[in-house]
Design a protein around this ligand. Sequence first.
Ligand SMILES: [Fe+2]
Length: 280
Amino acid sequence: MRIRKAAASISADIDGVDLADLDSTEFRDIYGAWLESSVLRFRDQELTKDELQGFSERFGPLEYAPMGNITVEQRASVPNPFVTNISNIIENGRPIGGLGSGEANWHTDMSYIERPPTASILIAVEVPEVGGDTEYCDMNAAFESLPIGLSDRARTLSIKHDAAHDSVGNLRRGFDHSASPVEAPGCVHPMVRRHEETGRDALFLGRRQDAYIPQMDLDKSEALLDEIWDYVALEGHSWVQQWRKGDVVMWDNRSVMHRRMSFRASIRRLMHRTQVRPVL
Ligand SMILES: [Fe+2]
């Protein structure tokens, strides 16, 4: 197994390994690389849903996806309830997965729940030749880029993370649009979070849509959030994944945000995804 990390990059490529058949030393090294680099890419993997779930479970207990083709009632009866389809494919008049083909803005997966996932893992099953790239940005670097007065202030504040919309801005099942971010449903988290394992501080913004700083009036909250978001994904603080079939990418949801470029709706794209719950 070989780990290749580009200098100053938030990502590393790992090759010479079969994720369906990892020994404990390989797993330990992958775990360490994940904490160090935040985003790991493994090319040319072939993983069944069982194998993807098995690999993911080595990082901790798995989290159900918030949407997609599996309802809460169906979870008990499907073979891999923790593996979700992210897809624009329609079969028999129904989408086989979530998020369609549109652009997904910068976000942290499921930041609106009490204990957001530590890791998200995707494998590319079918991908378009062009479009649908995923970009990752370094939230440790974003925090470190804040001017001192702003970073001191950020440490004292928290953000309410909207639960009503998914990452492409659509309403989730069972939610309504909120009259304003003040009313939006979702959990409140500190604006700056210390990583439980690396000890590094990161900005924890979740997503911009319907975010709200509860200690403030809405207009002040909007202005301060806009100011802080200006430090997200500065030059040199992000990395773009251009998907090939068989790519597995896993990331540390505590230290990076991600976004997805749109792609042509007529071209099939299918990813399988898992998410890992925090154990600490
Ligand atoms: Fe996401």
